[in-house]
Design a protein around this ligand. Structure first.
Ligand code: AMP
Length: 177
């Protein structure tokens, strides 16, 4: 698969279904535009939802999974990449992707997207970074990053590399710029 996007998303089963819907909409649209999706690849929460969606639409879905989570692996992935640790998993989730997208998620998702932003700042990641700010979910993160810029902790250039998009379509449109 030439064009790959990593998606970071919730492993929780107790979130508002609207967040699963926007995640499904995004992976379906990305898949129809010819992108392979790389994800955490388990049956849990939004990860399971996007796996179902990609299975339905025939999308190419690569799961990157630590061996200690093997009982949670989604059964119908196109490819599985096993890792020993969560740190290795984060590296391989990003590897050779043209973009990463943080869908609404918790601290695991936050960790994945912020590590990617730190690497981009250090020129160790060269793709695009999107945050799917569905219903303003990521406004508190935007405010934190703006606070970092105001206090000189982060450059405006780095901030501008993290694209806050309101809809799945906006991410897709921006991917191809
Ligand atoms: P969270 O956003 O805290 O729900 O964590 C989900 C994100 O972190 C996913 O993108 C996964 O890569 C990773 N992750 C954390 N916990 C789990 C889990 N129990 N099962 C699968 N992936 C997880």
């Amino acid at each position: 698969m030439d064009k790959k996007i990593a998606v970071f998303c919730s492993a929780s089963f107790t979130i508002d279904p609207k967040y699963n819907k926007v995640a499904r909409d995004f992976v379906r649209a990305a898949s129809l535009h010819g992108y392979g999706i790389v994800s955490g690849g388990t049956i849990k929460g939004t990860m399971g939802e996007i796996s179902d969606e990609l299975k339905c639409c025939g999308g190419h879905h690569i799961g990157v999974i630590p061996r200690f989570m093997k009982e949670y692996v989604y059964p119908d992935l196109s490819e599985v990449i096993w890792t020993e640790t969560m740190a290795e998993r984060k590296t391989l989730l990003r590897k050779d992707t043209c973009a990463v997208v943080a869908l609404p998620g918790g601290v695991g998702t936050l960790d994945e997207v912020i590590e990617t932003l730190a690497l981009l700042h250090l020129k160790q990641y060269h793709g695009k970074i999107f945050v799917l700010n569905h219903d303003g979910f990521y406004e508190p993160l935007r405010q934190l990053l703006e606070h970092y810029v105001r206090t000189g902790m982060m450059t405006e250039t780095t901030m501008s590399r993290m694209v806050f998009a309101d809809t799945a379509e906006e991410v897709i449109g921006n991917l191809e710029d």
